[in-house]
Design a protein around this ligand. Structure first.
Ligand SMILES: [Zn+2]
Length: 303
């Protein structure tokens, strides 16, 4: 794949969840974030790249690896690429003006098909405010490790609001709520055992430019969702704009880093690269671009 072809695949710098993050954290991982990942072999992508672009069997578009319009593979088979199981469902909301070919959101849908869903704004679901969070660095955003506590608080609020309304079970709930340890009383939250253990059911990401993100974020259906921001991760996105800090993440990076923090915060077993393959295409394209840049610099005698 030439650099030119890749530009068609991922041209421009519009693929960003545009997370404006604190740049004070300068961990080692941030310097070389794509090194040390546990990735499936890229041989299949090398082979497909040598074959070159092919027609998508559904829409006829000229594509490499996958069709971003049809969300289907092109030139590689499903058995040849990783299939990742995520610990929580992922929804990605993309702006209709966003060119599909520029987005890395499709990587998540192709690599974790049973857990990732892409919606095109304004067609988005109604979300339950005590079970769903939105990854966005708003002024009241909390860190990943605070999700459980904050959603727990929301459940308590919901239970409390419930009390304010006339309800046949009012007396019973009041009895529970009247105890000093009401929130910890198992009866109080026994209705949904699973969400009591861990309330988070779904994480929403926005895949669009910064201006478009602001339009989506003010949609009333997303108002009141708990906003979560990620710790600093420097982007490897190969086209980040000069005037944007390198802590702006592409959508697939944001999803990956969210899951990494989520795993480290809440799951008992140590992280062992379970979601690294979300960056399967991303890391490959990143290395192709870097090689192209290096050889171009050599041609100009700069190296
Ligand atoms: Zn297609």
């Amino acid at each position: 794949m030439s650099l030119d072809q890749d530009q068609q695949l991922h041209s421009g710098c519009h693929d960003k969840t545009t997370l404006c993050l604190d740049s004070s954290d300068s961990c080692e991982l941030a310097k070389h974030p794509l090194q040390g990942l546990k990735l499936a072999s890229h041989k299949v992508l090398e082979r497909a790249q040598q074959t070159g672009r092919l027609r998508c069997s559904k829409c006829g578009g000229s594509r490499m690896f996958f069709c971003y319009t049809c969300c289907s593979l092109v030139g590689v088979s499903i058995q040849e690429i990783p299939n990742i199981k995520l610990p929580v469902k992922i929804d990605i909301i993309k702006h209709p003006n966003e060119t599909d070919g520029k987005s890395t959101a499709i990587h998540a849908k192709i690599l974790a098909p049973s857990d990732a869903t892409i919606y095109t704004y304004p067609c988005i679901p109604e979300y339950e405010k005590d079970k769903v969070v939105l990854v966005f660095p708003g002024s009241e955003a909390v860190s990943v490790k605070d999700i459980q506590r904050c959603l727990g608080d929301r459940r308590k609020m919901k239970l409390h609001d419930h009390l304010e309304e006339p309800h046949p079970k009012r007396l019973k709930i009041e009895e529970v709520e009247g105890g000093t340890q009401a929130a910890k009383n198992p009866e109080a939250e026994a209705t949904d055992e699973k969400s009591k253990v861990f309330p988070l059911q779904r994480v929403v990401f926005i895949d669009s430019t910064w201006n478009q993100t602001n339009k989506i974020i003010t949609d009333e259906r997303l108002q009141g969702l708990l906003q979560v921001e990620l710790k600093t991760r420097k982007t490897c996105f190969w086209r980040h704009q000069k005037d944007k800090p390198d802590t702006y993440l592409s959508t697939i990076e944001a999803i990956y880093y969210f899951l990494l923090e989520f795993h480290q915060s809440f799951l008992v077993q140590e992280y062992n690269g379970e979601y690294d393959n979300l960056l399967f295409f991303y890391s490959y394209l990143h290395s192709v671009i870097n090689k192209a840049k290096t050889s171009a610099a050599k041609c100009r005698g700069q190296l």
